[in-house]
Design a binder for this molecule. Sequence first.
Ligand SMILES: Cc1cc2nc3c(=O)[nH]c(=O)nc-3n(C[C@H](O)[C@H](O)[C@H](O)COP(=O)(O)OP(=O)(O)OC[C@H]3O[C@@H](n4cnc5c(N)ncnc54)[C@H](O)[C@@H]3O)c2cc1C
Length: 646
Amino acid sequence: MPEINKTTVGVAVVAGALGVNYINKKMNQEPGREPWDPRVDSQVHYDYVILGGGTAGCVLAARLAEDPNINVLVLEAGYTDDINASKTPAMMSTLWRTDVDWNLRTVPQVHAFGRVMDQPRGKLLGGSSSINAMMYHRGAASDYDEWELLGNPGWSYKECLHYFKKSEGLNDPRLPASHPQGPLTNRTKKPQYEEFEPEFHGTDGPWQITYHHMFGVSESFVRANMAIGVPFNKDFNGTSTIGVNRVQTFLQRNAVRSSLSRAFLSPKENVPGGGARGRIRIVYGAHIARILVQKRRGVKIAIGAEFLDENHVMHKVMAVKEVLLSAGAFGSPHILMASGISPEPHPTIPHIHTLAGVGRNLADHLGVPVNFRALPHCHTFDSEARFYRIPKLVYDYRVHGIGPLSSQGAESVCFVRLEDVSPEFVAREKANGTWQDRSSGPLAPHFEVLLAPSYFRHHTKTKAPDNGNYFTLVGLLLNPVSSGRVKISEVQDGKIQTLIDPNYFEDEFDTRVMAEMVRFIRRIGQQMRQDSTCGAVEAYPGVDSVPNDDDVKLQEYVKRESSVYYHPTSTCRMGPSSDSLAVVDARLNVYGIDRLRVVDASIMPKVPAAHTCAPTVMIAEKAADMIKEDWKDVVNSSKDPTIAKL
Ligand SMILES: Cc1cc2nc3c(=O)[nH]c(=O)nc-3n(C[C@H](O)[C@H](O)[C@H](O)COP(=O)(O)OP(=O)(O)OC[C@H]3O[C@@H](n4cnc5c(N)ncnc54)[C@H](O)[C@@H]3O)c2cc1C
């Protein structure tokens, strides 16, 4: 059988996925989830208007609509997530750079040779949770205790844990498929990697969490880490997050992505605890232009929003109770600034309110890859993705929910601290007086290494040099010192661009830590080389071109080859009124504008040393309770004198 290279297979898969995308987008819309149609959309007043139907927006809508007297409007620029490429874990990367991605880019990065980097963001229901890697990780308890210490009462880990557990519907893989909490599939079991600490997990929430697929190379990674002294961690979301293991994932029992739209808003899939709730109107293809703010007796109040429908016609909707901004770490500051709520006046937008922190404090996790060539028998995605095996892969996934297509990619990871894995580096930095520990505490990691079971570089833009069997180790800088900013452009052809400047490597300490990460990755690679099931050899960059003892070359490599690893936060950060760059208070109210909250990843006071989806869901769960609490005495909207005037 001739071998067709992976690019051909990839192109076929992408073409299929896009075809299905198109059909779903246009044909398969469900009642209550369509583009705005003035002939039927006569209602323009809603209790809550949610701007952005992404990760946080879906959770918020579902929780608020639990009260049958409440009606909620969600404005979402994208369309349905009921598309194969989003449902099937291994097809995730085929969604990037398509019409379900905002296709954002950074501005040229001055400290990284002027490089422009991709910033994928989901533009569909479920937002980035519908295109992401499904890794379920909360971070260290001290990350949240630090949020509280920064002046945000109610955000300690103890209080956040309640909300982490509330959303979670743990499917324990150790249970039989017949058990209500067991996985439905007959996937291969790996009992030694399937532990949970039950007191840290919830079983009744709609968001399904489980351990699922594991390639042989992912096991080899765990063994290699343990061989060089990284402790095995039975539950990254338990007592400690330091160590090595496979990750928990947000997958349904049948191995379909448990995006937040599917988990919280799914009207037709059998999701325990989920399903359709109260009155929620989701408007697809709604591009939010601005928040409407009115001044009443000297008080600025958010009263609604304006959006362009898919035919570019502008509409106005009004919020009887609140406007809730959930457009993500780039979208939320963009919308605030486009509404005249910004650090400084914009040349063409009427200025409404000065808030110095809007768009500031942008933090993200940058990742540096090292590619390895494995022995032909090493079990990777590459070893499975042979043309003649595709029918079997599709059959296994479609019929049994198993096999490589059920893999969400980065199956195994380690979280480590520098003093544990690179004590000489720490000693050198301390001796030079340049050491900076930005971690939240001694149990929080400094960096992470994740294993991608394929050749992975520049978000799949750079392809493998040949048809070989590859895997990639990526080091993620979890506590960046450098931080950046989101701005907006002037109006060009009626559009305003989001200008993203993460300012990577502004602080050279970040560069040095990342160079050290490459050295650590090579130690893992050396161990995997000795593993007869793997036999790794470094393919790129290779020690000849980037020697381990050459700081200059290592640092240059890091600056040339790092990519964004998808966790932008803190552009509307939460903080006390004494914090001049805080945008929202601890109840997520925007300073200076009544009835406007921000609820998404942008409010994080500091990026946690974690994957940011679970923290965002926790924020939305907590926000929903705070909103309900703040309105509990207003039984009926019409009793509120301010509302009656609308
Ligand atoms: C490729 C990728 C992989 C990732 N992998 C993981 C992972 O494995 N694990 C993990 O924990 N995290 C991961 N993340 C990060 C995680 O998905 C995000 O942190 C989280 O989803 C952010 O949620 P959010 O609600 O803040 O924003 P989003 O989920 O992005 O939601 C924002 C929503 O607002 C909409 N919107 C924005 N602007 C407008 C506008 N003007 N008009 C109308 N609608 C608008 C968007 O279309 C979107 O639906 C990944 C992210 C990406 C992109």
